[in-house]
Design a protein around this ligand. Sequence first.
Ligand SMILES: [Zn+2]
Length: 370
Amino acid sequence: MRTYKYEFSHQSNRIMLGNLIDDMHSVHLHLLRLQRRYYRIYGKSASLSRILKHIKKLKQTTKRHWYQLPSQMIQDVAIRINLAYQRFFDNIEERRLGKTKRKVGKPKIKPPHKYKSVTFTQAGYKIEGNRLTINCLDKSFTFWKYREWTGTLKKVTIKRDNVGDYYLHLTCEDYEPSEKLPLTGNEAGADFGCKTFLTLSDGTKIASPEFYKEGLTALRSANKALSRKQYLSNGWYRAKRYLSRIHKKIADSRRDWFFKLALRLVRKYDKIAIETLNLEGMKKLWGRKVSDIAFGEFSLILQWMCAKYSKTFLKAGRWVATTKPCSDCGYCNENLSLSDRQWICPDCGSDHDRDVNAAKNILQVGVPAS
Ligand SMILES: [Zn+2]
């Protein structure tokens, strides 16, 4: 599966798509309230087939205007709600059996600004060139087609983000495999760190970009402005969009940097090993800084990039020690403290840089990632 993302750029199109999403939100409201009532009375959710039958009846009686909406989308709203209830019930069962401690809440009614996407699965639309036609609206929407998609189209989703931009997501199956890069014979282990983003086993160090820190002042003032506004008022929406724009800009520039770095690594090395991260634990330990560096996002991008260009991607297990053992002789240096950047192995006498040594160990113990 692969998803292509295109932006809708005409303002008149965006307004119509926004109205469509808002209309689907009203369907969501109605169906979710219905399910909640059902749950209150019977202690379970109504089945999908029952809801679909009910929608048919609603269309003939009180909700005649639903005929103006794509019926596939309405169906999809019902499917999403049923899935959410299914997860809720499954979770109760799992917790009863002691399989998990995580709690999944009862499906919540979303406020309009959090309702962000509508989906077609099979019918009701047509795509020709750079135009998406929605049959029941009898209207075409132009998107900016900066590249072709390949494979069979499985799902068409229209999404609105927090900034108020609209995107077309095309999910395709059996897309054509990508080009191959020449093999170079190099391999590297990589150790994540706070000051240096990546330390490679051959001694290369890559400094961390701090996009979040740069935008922090702007974020703080935008957050303050938002908190002064009255919830869901016009001014609140304006302030919220402004805040989202700053967040989006930071996330975009970070992702861009990640992709470029991953491509650089994949071009240079045939085999790349990284450590498995315990992100939740790291966040608790170090705070915002880790979310800034976003190791998790980068390792996913790197894994994807390796798969794309047929290079080997390895992961060191979470419980394997990589810092303390000497990468030359295996001697485990128990006295190593967090502040020791350099150390000399008492057994074989090698002079180690802490991070480079860890990167070498990661390369040694790495196993193919699932
Ligand atoms: Zn040694």
